[in-house]
Ligand binder design. Structure first.
Ligand SMILES: [Cu+2]
Length: 157
């Protein structure tokens, strides 16, 4: 192999390496879109990676207000609103995340929230990094919505 060829090959492998690291950087954020409507989420299932930042674009494409809650799937469903609230305060997926942010209609919401409530046509961006793997439930707990099937499975691997 001539010297010129060798330099050319080295340049190619350097190019491949830099392209590779750019791809890794792009993959460091997982972007997901979730649409709420009567009485479902689109999609009805999500798979997320633990330890990797999630950017969730949420919209309400329905005619009624909806909310998004996301928590460890309970073995036995809590009974009543107070019991559900208490459960979510302990089991919400983004609780363990240090980089939680939420904007609703472009306005930042203070940390410490357990749900993302959206009026018809409203949009939100939620970011967090899942810290543990497991099976979670994404649901809307407005009266009658959960019971009507407004719940989806979220798997964190
Ligand atoms: Cu709903």
């Amino acid at each position: 192999m001539t010297r010129v060829h060798r330099v050319f090959l080295l340049t190619l492998s350097a190019l491949a390496a830099s392209t590779g690291s750019a791809a890794v950087k792009a993959a460091a954020v997982q972007t997901v879109n979730v649409q709420m409507s009567e009485m479902k989420f689109t999609p009805m299932g999500l798979t997320l990676k633990a330890g990797q930042k999630v950017v969730m674009h949420i919209s309400n494409a329905g005619m009624a207000p909806h909310e998004l809650q996301l928590y460890s799937a309970p073995k036995v469903a809590p009974k009543g609103e107070a019991a559900w609230d208490a459960y979510m305060e302990k089991h919400t997926l983004w609780l363990g995340s240090k980089d939680v942010t939420l904007t609703v209609g472009g306005k930042a919401v203070k940390a410490g929230f357990f749900e993302v409530p959206l009026k018809p046509g409203e949009k939100a961006v939620l970011t967090f990094t899942p810290t543990t793997s497991g099976t979670f439930e994404m649901a809307c707990h407005y009266p009658g919505h959960y019971e009507a099937g407004m719940k989806a499975r979220v798997t964190v691997k």
